[in-house]
Structures are given as C-alpha cells and as structure tokens.
Design a binder for this molecule. Structure first.
Ligand code: IMP
Length: 193
C-alpha cells in the first residue's frame, strides 16, 4: 500500500465525517481522509445499496482520485414493518424522533435496526465496491442522550442495552454501529488492495 494517499469522503454530514475519520485514525490507515461536500444525485429506490451506488456514479467524473459515499437507514421492524427505511431522511425531517415514538405502543417488544452502505470508487482497479454493516436493537420509549445525530436518541443497541446510541461516545458507537461495521470492511479492503 502506498503511504499518504488521498481518499475523499463525499458527504455534507459533519457527524458522519467525524465518526469515519475517528475510525480511520484508530485503525492507523495510511490514507489522508478528506471531506468533499459536493452534491451527488440522491434517487428514491427500494434499497440503500441502489441509492449508494447511484450516488457514487453521479459524481464519478467530478472527483480526481479514489472516493466513497455512504447511505444509511433506520428500520423499525416491529411494529412498523421496516418504516422509515429508505425514507429515513424525509421522515426525520418531517415527523422526527417524536413522531416515530408516537407510532409505537409497546416499546418492550419493539425491534429496530440500522443499515449502512459505503460505495467506494477505487482508482487502482477503476471499479466500484460496496460494503455493508448492520446493527440490531430496539426503540427507546423516550428520547435520551445528546451525542450522535438523527435517530441515535431513540435507538437502543442489543450490544449495549442500557443506553441509546446518543448516550454512547463516538468510539463506543463506532465499535458496534452499522457504520463502524461497514467501515471495518472498507478499511480491510484498503489494507489488502
Ligand atoms: P442518510 O444516510 O444521510 O441519507 O441518512 C438517512 C437518515 O438516517 C437521516 O435522517 C440521518 O439523520 C439518519 N441516520 C443516518 N445514520 C444515522 C446514525 O448513525 N444514527 C442515527 N441516525 C442516522
């Protein structure tokens, strides 16, 4: 692997960039990670992998070097059959965490998960690669915690059932989160290619 290569993370979300750059530092990867805030095309599709792949392709000729994008979604499996899923962004902007909580009666039996997809365009092979991560848990009966972003204050991960994601430090969240798991795979790829 060459040292000090540049790698671009195309995102306007400071929280995502901060989680990803912390993991890059921890894993001692020899890439300089640079945030690039340009506007890829976000399509409405049935799966996050399609959204991430399209997003990547839509900016391929605007970036000079290897780069990646990420797309995540929050799925309330019980009782909402996966809602908001691919509509997570719109639902967060409209009804938000309070709105989601109003839709749930029995928090004890609730089930939810996050999924994250990283889509990487890797210049040495001139190809696109996808990396997926998932974390399972349930919905908190109230909004708790001040860290993180988005749905973090209402998600309780199975791996740390006493706290919501928003009550965990960035490092603790990264160790078990959808984004942390997907990024682990991306980092392993970079270390071996
Ligand atoms: P996107 O990947 O930015 O499109 O995210 C879709 C929606 O899910 C947005 O409302 C985000 O705030 C939310 N979201 C994405 N990742 C996370 C996360 O790690 N924790 C909490 N909410 C998230």
């Amino acid at each position: 692997m060459n040292k000090d290569q540049l790698l671009y993370f195309v995102t306007g979300n400071e929280h995502k960039f901060s989680e990803v750059s912390e993991l890059f530092q921890q894993k001692k990867i020899n890439y300089d990670l640079i945030q690039l805030d340009i506007n890829p095309i976000e399509i409405q599709a049935d799966t996050l992998s399609e959204v991430a792949s399209f997003k990547l392709k839509s900016i391929q000729n605007q970036v000079n070097g290897s780069f990646f994008v990420e797309d995540a979604g929050f799925f309330v499996d019980t009782p909402l059959n996966g809602f908001p899923g691919v509509y997570s962004s719109y639902v967060f902007k409209t009804i938000g965490n309070e709105g989601i909580l109003r839709l749930i009666k029995d928090f004890g039996t609730s089930k939810a998960h996050f999924v994250s997809y990283f889509a990487l365009y890797y210049t040495p092979s001139k190809k696109m690669f996808l990396f997926e991560g998932r974390v399972d848990g349930k919905v908190s009966s109230s909004i708790k915690g001040t860290q993180g972003f988005g749905y973090d204050p209402i998600f309780i991960p199975d791996e740390n059932p006493a706290k919501t994601f928003a009550e965990l430090s960035k490092k603790e969240k990264n160790e078990i989160s959808h984004r942390g798991k997907a990024l682990d795979k991306l980092i392993k790829f970079l270390k071996t290619h």
